[in-house]
Design a protein around this ligand. Structure first.
Ligand code: NI
Length: 164
């Protein structure tokens, strides 16, 4: 396994639409393992293949229990609403407020091509939406109704330190 470089906002690849995965081969398995390692190394909760400059429909989501490998993922059900802070490994040092469904059900293939369904609420539901949007060339900053100012961002981390 190897760490992949995470590209950041401004890189044109992040704005392109990813193609479906059709070959479930060793190359795919290596990419998925590398993405998992890269996500853990970056302390993130989700990572999509375009963020490592690969335009294929693959993302990894940490649901709190395991790192889900999502190949050709699609949202099949959603309900409710949540309003909260969102960030992205490709938009470093920024956070924005984004409204999302509070419950999301998806279907996705694994590295062998087998379909599974996964459900998530709150952060996991948010992450499913965020990562799948990456596959269509979208960043959360387009959906954020408020991006935190430098002062608000600083305050966020000052509060965190006091809580720790
Ligand atoms: Ni992201």
């Amino acid at each position: 396994m190897a760490l992949r470089k995470i590209i950041v906002e401004g890189h044109p690849t992040l704005r392109k639409k990813s193609r479906p995965v059709e070959k479930f081969d060793d190359r795919l398995a290596t990419l998925i393992d590398d993405m998992k390692e890269t996500l853990v190394d970056a302390n993130g909760v989700g990572l999509a293949a375009p963020q490592v400059a690969i335009l294929r429909r693959i993302c990894i989501v940490d649901n709190g229990e395991e790192l889900l490998e999502l190949v050709n993922p699609e949202i099949i059900e959603q309900s409710g609403e949540q309003d909260g802070l969102e960030g992205c490994l490709s938009v470093p040092d920024k956070y924005g407020r984004v409204k999302r469904p509070n419950y999301v059900k998806i279907k996705a293939q694994d590295r062998h091509g087998v379909w599974h369904e996964y459900e998530g609420t709150e952060l996991v539901a948010r992450c499913f939406c965020h990562e799948i949007e990456h596959l269509d060339g979208h960043l959360y900053t387009e959906k954020a109704y408020h991006m935190l100012t430098d002062e608000e961002y600083e305050a966020l981390f000052t509060d965190d330190e006091e809580d720790a």
